[in-house]
Design a protein around this ligand. Structure first.
Ligand code: FAD
Ligand code: UDP
Length: 372
């Protein structure tokens, strides 16, 4: 008898498996319907020997010391600060928009002080910042919004920024200095030997059994277990009882080129041209030295594997219905980006999994105390 059946071997499932096995001596069966561990963070060496991320670029960054120290139990790190260029008006300029972006785009030579004045002169203040359009237009005005955000967002999400929560474009700040890093978190590093190797280390415990190519519904009734941790889409768990929760999908087009470098930045965003949103060149992210180079294009899709919850009020309302049902489902914990319908980065999922583990731990300690 397993103590836990864990559905999904991504960050949420793998970390809970590890904590339950190593800290509470629980017997865990972790299943994934894919043919690999790691969830969307899975990486592998392609047929040319280049380390690539199967499901698009995954860059680790966090401000949480607890999260960083926890993952450091399972990997060494390659220090990496991410940088992105956007293709706008025939030029490649830094995104997040900063001092250099404005100077290059408009052929100016402004100082930080002057660019602050420039933003103040073009910004269109709004009484309430509710949508992804409000966030950008209230900071940098209509023109920059149209050049960098409007079409990228329409392409990525299939709806206008005015229909998306502010939290989506608020992920990308505006700067008046020359800092061109995509993230400013305290910890910015990539697992030295890749994400998959890190997951192998996380799951390497004698109390953990891993079963791949298996939907949990195939084995749920055959293999006995006491409690479940579910990290798949929450609406699917309940057979879409209240209707489908919208998730945005992507199609990835991977290519390898017979030259060491393909583009001048790790990621180039294409807000206005092409059906794809961005192109990632993996060697920048991983630090790998190789005569060839591999890239991936991301083509947003309405249908396909669920990758992004879509943050907007009607979806939050629908999710609330599923959340109420989940809260009333005994013996099942819902964890991770799909099961809690949150646009979470990897570190946020790690933090969420560690929190759920602490809850399980306290519950057990309480039960032991009561039984004594
Ligand atoms: P997942 O990784 O989705 O794992 C869930 C697993 O459950 C999957 O493997 C799935 O196959 C399995 N599953 C579902 N249903 C079943 C079932 N019925 N039976 C068996 N198995 C099932 N985060 C960052 O921090 N930095 C980034 O740069 C970044 N880039 C991203 C780029 C893209 C294109 C995407 C899509 C996401 C990105 N993320 C990034 C987010 C990151 O992928 C997630 O935060 C993280 O992987 C979520 O982990 P999870 O365990 O919640 O879910
Ligand atoms: N975004 C944009 N233009 C850009 C970069 C981002 O419009 O050049 C918007 C877009 O809506 C995107 C969101 O900001 O989905 C968040 O961007 P991020 O790079 O964080 O997306 P992710 O890496 O999660 O796909």
């Amino acid at each position: 008898m397993f103590d836990y059946l864990i559905v999904g071997a991504g960050f949420a499932g793998s970390i809970l498996a590890e904590r339950l096995a190593s800290q509470l001596d629980k017997k865990v069966l972790i299943v994934d319907r894919r043919n690999h561990i790691g969830g969307n963070a899975y990486d592998h060496y392609n047929s040319d020997g280049v380390l690539v991320h199967k499901y698009g670029p995954h860059i680790f960054h966090t401000n949480s010391r607890e999260v960083f120290e926890y993952l450091s139990l399972f990997t060494a790190w390659y220090p990496y600060e991410h940088r992105v260029l956007a293709s706008v008006d025939g030029q490649l300029v830094p995104i997040p928009i900063n001092l250099d972006t404005i100077n290059k785009l408009y052929g100016l030579n402004l100082t930080t002080f002057q660019v602050e004045e420039f933003f103040a002169s073009v910004a269109e203040p709004r009484d309430r910042i509710l949508t992804s359009e409000d966030v950008v237009v209230s900071k940098v005005g209509q023109e920059l919004y149209e050049k960098f955000f409007r079409n990228y967002t329409r392409k990525q999400w299939g709806i206008d920024p005015s229909e998306l929560d502010r939290s989506v474009t608020a992920r990308v700040p505006t700067r008046t200095n020359r800092d061109d890093r995509y993230f400013t978190d305290m910890y910015q590093s990539m697992p030295l030997h890749g994400f998959t190797r890190m997951f192998e280390n996380i799951l390497n415990h004698s109390n953990i059994k891993v079963m791949l190519n298996t939907d949990y519904r195939e084995i749920q009734k055959i293999i006995p277990y006491k409690e479940m941790i579910y990290t798949g889409p929450v609406d699917e768990f309940f057979d879409y009882r209240f209707g489908k929760l919208p998730y945005r999908s992507l199609e990835f087009k991977h290519e390898t080129h017979d030259k060491p470098v393909f583009q001048s930045a790790p990621v180039v965003n294409y807000p206005n041209e092409h059906p794809y949103t961005r192109v990632t060149e993996f060697k920048y992210l991983t630090g790998q030295d190789h005569a060839k180079t591999s890239i991936v294009y991301e083509f947003p899709q309405a249908e396909g594997d669920p990758y992004y919850p879509v943050p907007r009020p009607e979806n939050a309302d629908l999710y609330k219905q599923y959340k109420a049902l989940a809260d009333k489902t005994p013996g099942v914990y819902f964890v991770g980006r799909l099961a809690t319908y949150k646009y979470y980065n990897m570190d946020q999922v790690v933090a969420q999994a560690l929190t759920i583990f602490k809850q399980i731990h306290s519950k057990e300690s309480l039960e032991v105390a009561i039984n004594c």
